[in-house]
Ligand binder design. Structure first.
Ligand code: ATR
Length: 276
């Protein structure tokens, strides 16, 4: 029987998940479907509770429904439980289970594209304090970073995330980020700055050490002003597309029983779509 899965959220039209999972379904010759469902927040709880009745084996969840999806789970994995949010749902004997795979995707992408990026594990500088930032901070704590400085325009949001993780995570005002730049092993942009249609993220990269890695979660455009500036300084850079590709791996494996590979050909297919 065809295994049916979909991406849910509102708006959901921009999501590249159908392309990603459709590519893997074809590549592995699996009898499966990955569709798209516009699910406004007011209908989200009911939608996720009735996933099986709707004929779905599972789904992905995007903004603004990740917290609602978490709230209706029968079982949450550790990352979803810590973040209070879920982006990957599946059914296990009638029980609705969920995980948050953004942090996994972030780390798996770095491991794949910049081997040794976490050699020192002393200090990570994370810009922004939304949901993506929270997932990435958690992943960096898990990876064993000694200190994670979280710089955000609204200091209270950085403080709220830091409070959930203990002393290792230090909140900072956004305009003070350059103060810790010299000690950072990795700089991660989790703000929406640099995204197509938004202002560029302009931070002074001159204090970063040459070994530092600069990573952006924005992937439209692929080469953000931040990554362009970092590359011009000869720093190692990591774009946001790889995180998107890797975060899809655990869900695909759960639903369809094959652990899919993130290949250069897959990346090229997504890039062609982003350019179209
Ligand atoms: P997510 O998709 O990760 O949940 P979000 O909640 O929309 O993202 O958060 C966007 C992030 O970009 C926030 O950290 C936001 O800062 P505030 O918390 O102060 O709003 C940041 N951001 C957006 N525009 C910004 C700007 N012009 N300058 C600095 N930070 C900005």
């Amino acid at each position: 029987m065809t295994v049916r899965v979909c991406i849910t959220g509102s708006p959901v039209s921009y999501s590249r998940s159908p392309l990603l999972h459709g590519y893997w379904l074809k590549a592995y010759g699996i009898d499966g479907e990955y569709g798209r469902e516009e699910v406004p927040p007011a209908q989200a709880a009911e939608f996720y509770r009735s996933l099986a009745a709707r004929g779905y084996a599972g789904c992905n969840v995007t903004a603004p429904n990740k917290e609602i999806a978490f709230s209706v789970l029968d079982e949450a994995d550790e990352s979803a439980a810590i973040l209070g949010s879920a982006n990957t749902l599946w059914l296990d004997g009638g029980r609705l289970c969920g995980a948050s795979t953004d942090g996994y995707g972030f780390i798996a992408n770095l491991d794949a594209t910049v081997p040794g990026w976490d050699g020192a594990r002393k200090l990570a500088l994370v810009l922004g304090a939304g949901g993506a930032s929270r997932a990435i901070v958690h992943a960096l704590v898990e990876r064993g970073f000694e200190r994670i400085v979280l710089a955000n325009r609204t200091l209270e949001r950085a403080e709220a995330i830091a409070a959930a993780f203990g002393k290792k995570v230090v909140p900072l005002a956004f305009d003070k980020a350059s103060d810790v730049m010299a000690d950072a092993d990795i700089l991660v942009n989790c703000t929406s700055l640099g995204m197509k249609g938004e202002a560029a993220l302009t931070v002074d990269l001159s204090r970063l050490r040459p070994e530092a890695v600069v990573s952006d979660i924005v992937y439209v455009p692929l080469l953000t002003p931040l990554l362009t500036a970092a590359a011009a300084r000869g720093l190692r850079t990591v774009d946001g597309l790889g995180m998107l590709l890797h975060q899809g791996v655990p869900g695909f494996e759960r639903w369809f029983g094959v652990r899919p590979e993130v290949t250069p050909e897959l990346r090229e297919a997504l890039i062609a779509d982003l350019r179209a």
